[in-house]
Write a protein that binds this ligand. Structure first.
Ligand code: AR6
Length: 166
């Protein structure tokens, strides 16, 4: 069973084996948490990402963490929210499950996630929190998982959903 905690903070400072990046399918960097991770990791991260040749929505690919305290970055493009009928829930769940699989394959014991898709990609927060925390809770591996929420609204939503799951 994965162990879950929810904190508020900046994922780029996390001293864990892997942090997850809410990327885009081109893996070409961007704003939000993606921009913050690229700035903190240094230009080597962009070079490594470009060699991966993109990543489909819901899948996950790994690079080193370079100048980050984290050893790896797991890049996963979340779904862009339209109205919920374009497989957004299934794709968002796949982001979490595939990222956790990459972590296990790389021998990680600790992993930190941002709130995937709930920024520019517009996924409703509470619905996203339910999918994220359920996918993590159901994942059968001895991983310590931290959800790192940046803004107050995300922190409250994930805390509320975690309490409902307990
Ligand atoms: N640490 C943790 N969470 C953060 C940080 C941080 N340093 N900075 C922002 N967040 P977003 P998306 C939160 O927009 O919706 C990029 O341009 C943020 O407050 O980063 O999946 C990519 O290249 C929000 O709660 O990701 C893609 O094109 C959450 O991270 C696109 O955005 C996700 O917001 C992906 O959009």
């Amino acid at each position: 069973m994965a162990q879950i905690s929810v904190i508020q903070g900046d994922i780029t400072t996390m001293k864990v084996d892997a942090i997850v990046n809410a990327a885009n399918t081109g893996l070409v960097g961007g704003g939000g948490v993606d921009g913050a991770i690229h700035r903190a990791a240094g230009p080597e991260l962009d070079i490594a990402c470009r060699k991966l040749g993109g990543c489909p929505t819901g899948e996950a690919k790994v690079t080193p963490g370079f100048r980050l305290p984290a050893r790896f970055v797991i890049h996963t493009p979340g779904p862009i929210w339209r109205d919920g009928s374009f497989e957004e829930p299934k794709l968002l769940r796949a982001c979490y499950v595939n990222s956790l699989k990459r972590a296990v394959e790389n021998g990680c014991q600790t992993i930190a996630f941002p709130s995937i898709s709930t920024g520019v990609y517009g996924y409703p927060l509470k619905a996203a929190a339910k999918i994220a925390l359920t996918a993590i809770a159901q994942f059968d591996a001895p991983l310590q998982v931290t959800m790192v929420c940046f803004e107050d609204a995300a922190f409250s939503a994930y805390q509320a959903v975690l309490n409902e799951l307990d």
